[in-house]
Design a protein around this ligand. Structure first.
Ligand SMILES: [Zn+2]
Ligand SMILES: [Zn+2]
Length: 301
């Protein structure tokens, strides 16, 4: 994560943010700092080797997540330590109800993760979170720790373990696989998570291309087709629409008639603040509320 850029983006949003949004931005800025600090600690002790380049390219083009062939080793004790830090941060600064904060602080992560499938954590993180939540009774998760909170704490905790290896994978995938005339991966080519958001615009020449998808689970961004549904992969030009909220051209919802899903898209050229995808993920949460509003599904005008 680029903490300097994240800070610039947060500072850009704060003056216009209402109290609740400002508190959210400050919470996430603290969380990103924690995640990066933890990622640095973990990087210093663990070495990750991606699969060989030609094998990586083949998997990339086939849409197979790189971590399934070469998983990250996530030690239960390390992940438990990360979870304890993330849970303490959530409890202290996320504005949660007392009972939820207490449950987070009191959770015994060593105990809870001792029965979890850590192999899944490093090969298919979305499945890992789903698995822990599904087996919560067996794993001894306290009742006050709701499914949502548990999933959130786990997902936030996995990022520091995965982002370093993910960057190494993307560094080893060839430019041709990433940007040649092939179909782009729909889900994250590294960890298999669905994209959290999309960025359109030429501002970020580092990533090239007109559109990239961003994975919040492992931090990967990858080139994507300009006109294509990020959920089902449909390329139907007529079936894909963009909506923005009054006065905000930079943040739009891209909807797909084919699958009925939507994706949050930041149009970088219309953005009034410095671009940090981590921060956009936080800011665009309000688009989810709009997308879920029944009036939105009666779209068409
Ligand atoms: Zn990913
Ligand atoms: Zn679709």
């Amino acid at each position: 994560m680029d903490l300097k850029q994240i800070n610039r983006a947060v500072e850009g949003y704060l003056p216009q943010a209402d109290e609740a949004d400002a508190a959210r931005l400050r919470f996430f800025k603290g969380l990103f700092e924690l995640q990066q600090r933890r990622a640095d600690e973990l990087e210093a002790v663990a070495a990750y080797e991606p699969a060989p380049g030609d094998q990586l390219d083949r998997a990339y083009l086939a849409g197979t997540a790189a971590f399934t062939a070469a998983p990250v080793v996530v030690a239960a004790r390390d992940l438990a330590a990360t979870c304890a830090q993330v849970a303490a941060e959530l409890a202290a600064h996320a504005g949660l109800a007392d009972q939820a904060a207490f449950a987070l602080r009191e959770a015994d992560w060593d105990e809870l993760l001792s029965g979890a499938d850590l192999g899944l954590a490093g090969s298919d993180p979305v499945a890992f979170v789903t698995d822990v939540v599904a087996r919560r009774g067996e794993l001894g998760v306290p009742t006050a720790l709701t499914d949502d909170l548990l999933a959130m704490a786990l997902a936030f905790s996995l990022r520091p373990h995965l982002q370093g290896p993910a960057a190494r994978v993307m560094g080893a995938v060839s430019d041709d696989a990433k940007s040649g005339s092939h179909s782009r991966p729909l889900d994250c080519p590294v960890c298999g998570s669905p994209a959290a958001l999309s960025r359109v615009g030429e501002v970020d020449t580092l990533h090239g291309g007109a559109r990239i998808q961003y994975c919040a689970t492992c931090g990967t961004s990858w080139p994507f087709e300009r006109i294509r549904c990020g959920s089902c992969g449909s390329r139907s030009q007529e079936g894909i629409h963009h909506f923005h909220v009054d006065g905000d051209e930079a943040h739009r919802l891209e909807t797909c008639e084919g699958c009925g899903q939507y994706q949050r898209v930041v149009f970088a050229n219309d953005l009034q603040v410095p671009l940090a995808l981590e921060v956009e993920d936080v800011v665009m949460a309000k688009l989810d509320r709009i997308a879920l509003d029944p009036r939105f599904s009666a779209r068409g005008e």
